[in-house]
Design a binder for this molecule. Structure first.
Ligand code: PMP
Length: 463
């Protein structure tokens, strides 16, 4: 493993907790309550395990934030970054210049991608990629002389990042309430059968949920709509896996109404769903695709928008200058790491492995947890999945104060040295694609004891 030297300012008795509380604003955190407890300081990692400053070995069931596809401690990626830093640490791609790593990555990604996604634009985060895709969609219609087509339709519980455009496209109302609700954004129901499916079969509900988009288009008018954006599987919204009927119907509705389709593959891309792209798993035919996270396995920030021929032809031939880009668009070090990361994914067959490991993981979870009263559903595709905790298994009733039981369970996981995330009362997981069978058994054992402890908490409160 690599050495982890302490920052120069820090002496041995430096109070990391106090300094964190005093000076560090965490993302998506309630600061007051965060610092009433202890922040866990992660100091190193290897494979699927994190180590904290109290020397706990923690199984990372979330691959960081859905991103560390190839696992931690991969020297190949470190070497690729070091080599590129020594040769050319940075040069921009704005003014008639390019670097070899960015060209190689554009070439490789567009060859891998499904359909006619033959062009790549680079940025550093998923949010920036989404922002870029939305700007491209609107610019496409402006260029075509239809500037009224500017509404973006997303979905409730959708997550498309935290820039203002991305947050407006997403369906997280708490984000909208903090200044991220914009005009010309609309939202439709997610294909969340467990929550909204009622008595419908999965297939019936998939069509029903897709047709909510058709209703919304009628309400707004297709002449006012630029694009529909959706994650193949809604990750941050609680790993909402659409029924098989959903995406083909969304394809049809977008095509029939002349609306661009943006697949936000920031989580699903690069093998997470058991195919290279979630669009392949679900039969989505996007005009634009956003990628991040697994593109470098999180070792360095990088994102991309893949652009299909229909949009690219207009942007290239008719728009003139596209007034958009970032200093680090196509950063050579990030692109070099991405290329090395794709080498690992391909050489180690991690996409097929994710599919097989996912099946094994779900079998084990069912065997361990199906008889637990609070476990309402276990679902997953490839190595992304969720366990719905429920107040009533039979009726799929949610707990009254939503999120409380999920938080309890997440804390039990943490106490068991397992990272699983709670979204409302849904426990979600997406371990590194490299997770071994033994590690899957360990994940299941730790999750089971956390869920049993949660079950005991719920029961003791009821009794
Ligand atoms: N889109 C999706 C589907 C995501 O899951 C995320 C992040 N979880 C983003 C966009 C935003 O990515 P980032 O946090 O890198 O900006």
């Amino acid at each position: 493993m690599l050495d982890h030297p302490a920052p120069a300012a820090a002496s041995l008795d430096f109070d990391w907790q106090a300094a964190d509380a005093a000076h560090h604003l965490h993302p998506f955190s309630d600061h007051k309550s965060l610092h009433q407890g202890k922040v866990r300081i992660i100091t190193s990692a290897n494979g699927v395990y994190l180590t904290d400053d109290a020397n706990h070995r923690i199984l990372d069931g979330m691959a960081g934030l859905w991103c560390v596809a190839v696992g931690y401690g991969r020297h190949e990626l470190v070497d690729a970054a070091a080599r590129q830093m020594q040769t050319l640490p940075f040069y921009n791609t704005f003014f008639k210049t390019a670097t070899r790593p960015v060209i190689a990555l554009a070439d490789r990604l567009t060859a891998m991608a499904p359909g006619d996604l033959n062009h790549a634009f680079f940025a550093s985060s998923g949010s920036e990629a989404v922002d870029t895709a939305l700007r491209m969609a609107r610019t496409y219609w402006i260029t075509k002389g239809q500037p009224a087509k500017r509404v973006i339709i997303g979905r409730e519980y959708g997550y498309h990042g935290s820039t203002t455009l991305g947050a407006a496209a997403g369906g997280m109302v708490d984000m909208h309430r903090q200044g991220a609700a914009l005009p010309d954004f609309a939202h439709v129901m997610p294909p969340y059968w467990y929550g909204y499916g009622g008595q419908m079969s999965l297939d019936e509900f998939g069509l029903y949920a897709a047709r909510q988009l058709e209703d919304k288009i009628r309400e707004i008018g297709a002449g006012n709509i630029a694009a529909f954006i959706g994650e193949p599987i809604q990750g941050a919204g609680g790993v909402i896996i659409p029924p098989d009927t959903y995406w083909p119907e969304i394809n049809r509705i977008c095509r029939d109404n002349d609306i661009l389709l943006i697949a936000d593959e920031v989580i699903c891309g690069f093998g997470r769903t058991g195919r290279m792209f979630g669009s392949e798993t679900f039969g989505i035919t996007p005009d634009l695709m956003t990628l991040a996270k697994g593109i470098t396995s999180g070792y360095i920030p990088l994102s991309a928008v893949l652009v299909g021929d229909r949009v690219a032809d207009v942007l290239i031939n008719d728009t003139g200058e596209f007034y958009h880009g970032f200093t680090y668009s196509g950063h050579p070090v990030a692109c070099a790491v991405a290329l090395a990361n794709l080498d690992i994914i391909e050489r180690e067959g991690l996409v097929a492995r994710a599919a097989a490991s996912g099946i094994r993981l779900r079998e084990k979870l069912h065997a361990a947890l199906d008889d637990q009263p609070i476990v309402g559903e276990i679902r997953g595709t490839g190595l992304i999945g969720a366990i719905e905790l429920t107040a009533d298994k039979r009726t799929r009733r949610f707990f009254d104060k939503r999120g409380r039981v999920g938080t309890l369970c997440r804390d039990h996981c943490f106490a068991n040295d397992l990272v699983m995330r709670a979204v409302r009362d849904t426990m979600v997981f997406s371990p590194p694609l490299t997770i071994t069978d033994d590690e899957i058994d360990e994940l299941v054992a730790r999750a089971t004891s956390a869920i049993k402890a949660t079950q005991a908490d719920v029961q003791s409160e009821i009794l």
